[in-house]
Structures are given as C-alpha cells and as structure tokens.
Design a protein around this ligand. Sequence first.
Ligand code: URA
Length: 434
Amino acid sequence: MNAVDIINKKRRGEALSKDEIEYMVMGFTDGVIPDYQMSALLMAICLNGMTKEETVQLTGIMRDSGDTVDLSDIKGIKVDKHSTGGVGDKTTLIVAPIAAACGVPIAKMSGRGLGFTGGTVDKMESIPGFVTSMERDQFIRSVNEKGIAVIGQTGHIAPADKKMYALRDVTGTTESIALITSSIMSKKLAAGADAIVLDVKCGAGAFMKTYEDARELAEWMVDIGKGSGKSMTAVISNMEQPLGNAVGNALEVGEAMDVLKGGGPEDIRNLSLRLAAEMILLGGCAADRDDAEKKALEALESGKALEKFRVFVANQGGDERITEDMNLLPQAAFAVEVRADEAGFVTGLDAMKIGLASQHAGAGRQKKEDEIDMAAGILLDKKTGDEVAAGDLLCTVFGNNKAKAEAGAEEARAAYTIGTDRTEKPELIKEIID
Ligand code: URA
C-alpha cells in the first residue's frame, strides 16, 4: 500500500477499504505519513465525500487510536451531550446541571474553542479557580457523589482525531459530513457514556450551513452511535444568529447563571430545556417526553439546577460565589458600543461574523498557543427580528485590550443587516431525530 495511490483513489471519487483508511490514519497519527499527504487526502474526502460504510470504518479506527474510558463504576445510565459547534452556545453549562438535578449521572468530557466557535472547557475556566483536569478515580468519585463532573478531553482519547482536527482547522477541510461524523463520534464512543444527545447546528454560524446537510450529519451520527450500542437522539437547531445574547467565556457563564436563576434570553432557555429533557429521557429518569420536559422545567424553576451547578463548581475548585455575585467573574477594562446608523429592523445577524469579532476581541485563540482574555466578548442588545431606531445600541464589545475590542466592534457592526422589512425571529429547534 502507498499513500499516493490511496489519495489518487479518493481523488477519483472511489471508496477506500478499511485497510487503506487505517494505513493513512494510523500512519499519520504515528508520524509516518506527513502532513502534506494527509492534507491531500482530507481535501479529496471533503470534495468527493465518503460512503456511510467508509465513515463507520474511519470512526472505529479513530476511536481505537487511543484509550476508551470505562464508566462502569458510575451507577445509572450515563448520558453525554455534544454540540457540533456554534457561537454563544453555553447550553452545556445549563443542561448538565438540570439533567444532573433530575438524577442523570453526568460524566462529561468537553472541548476547547475552535476557530470562531467557543468551547465549554474555556468557558468553565473563566470561573476563578475552576479546574478542568482530574484523575480517573476522582472523576468517577465526583460523579457518584455529586452527580456531575465536566473535564477537558485528555490527549489519550482519539489521538488520531486530535491530530487530524488540527490539520483540518488550517487546511480548509472542516466542513465535511464524513469528517465531522467520525471526529465527533470517535471521541464520544471512546468517552464511555451509554447514551448521547447531539445538538446539530445549522446556519451561518455552524459548520453545516444548510438544513439538509445538518440533517444528514445528524442521521449519520445517530446511526453510527446506535450501531455501537448507544441510545441516541439528535436535535437540529438554528445557528444562523448567535444563541442567547452573550458571546465570550465569562460573559457566557454569566448568561448561564441568568438562565439557571429562571431568567435569561428565551432562545437559550428553550434549547437548554429541550436538550435537558432529551437527556433525562435517555437516562431513564422520566416515563416519556412530556414527563421529561416537566422534570427539566421543575429542576430549573425550583432552583435545584442552580444548586447542582454550585456544588459542581465548588467540587472542581471554582469560586461558587459566582452563582450569587457575577462581579466575581473576570471583568473587562474596555467596553466599545456599536450603535445603529439608521432606523429599521434587524433582518440578519451573522453568527460566524459575531464569533470571529469576539475571537478577535480576545475571547478565542488565533494560534494554538494564544492566551484567552476571559473577560472579552460581545453582549448583543439587538437580534434578528428586533426593531431599531437610529442611534440604538446594537451590541457592546468587551476586552482588556482596547485596540482588539475596537477591531472586534467594527467586525460586529458588519455582522448586522438592517433593512426596512419586518423580519420574523428564526425558528430555533428544527427537528428531533431519535
Ligand atoms: N466538533 C468536533 O469535535 N469535530 C468536528 O469535526 C466538528 C465539530
């Protein structure tokens, strides 16, 4: 076997055998296949696709490239949740404590931000003192005793994905159904949960721009999970505009607190309740979907979910007082307002542009080694469908570096489209596939 023949085969649009996929993936992971050959193969996969059978093989090879986590010492049905990546998506911070408060054991591994999308681990680390790494025994004990633990992914889980993702990020090979399916499912299958709820995003701020592509991605991931004996549900949700009003690490933790206290923007609250209900259902903690919805709402409105969040933060070394006093979260030195030049309606708010503006204000990394400004980000005052008068505040960009915050503000302005026609607020939850 040789790499050039395999690349040529995929360039011609032919299906690869399991041995050929393994040769490339494991060769690349072990450092034998160079970046340029793997990049060529990834681009050929992006352009010509993979069959479902090839994707199943690729997922299994990536899963087996590292350790698989044994969660059998945790009592109950372990339910994981994964989002395909979005802007302002702080649902894990809300959903995990709601589901845990309803009795679902949450043993979750989360990722960091990637490109214009945020990551749960970075958000949690904006809480002073919060630690996202733990030894296995402590992780298991935390879930058994407190009902919830969220840690960063270790380098031993699906190392093939870790290397391939880093390459995809810089070679324009992210947006492929086969590559996203195998990347997400290899990690989720290795992470050991019994059931998985997927939040598949579609729209400008998602890797899948169209509903059709998001649906196909959701179906493939559900099929592959079920094929590996997992209970699966996928929720397809809109990511045309950011989720909620806060984008950026500490700002998003603040908004998650608002939701856990019974307030917060309607879109993030509704999606969080939907995802939590799906987790409660798969976790066997409700009789049916209606019952799961009721339980999720009760956990939120009674304050039990907020209390679970407080216990979770304290258990991982974080300052639990942030649940009472959000001023204890990192605060930015500079705030740059963006105001409307003209009156009208917000007819569009591009999630990807807002994600990039927030990243450039300091909330995300542009290079792997970049330090994040935890206080940086954007608070949106107006979103799609809102009416604006000339001079109204559209959003505020925060950061500790003035020049970066100002650059972010210019980008945020360009994310808004203001027109004369009244526009409907976009439908948030498009479909549930189970
Ligand atoms: N999230 C992942 O983990 N992998 C992808 O390819 C896309 C989103």
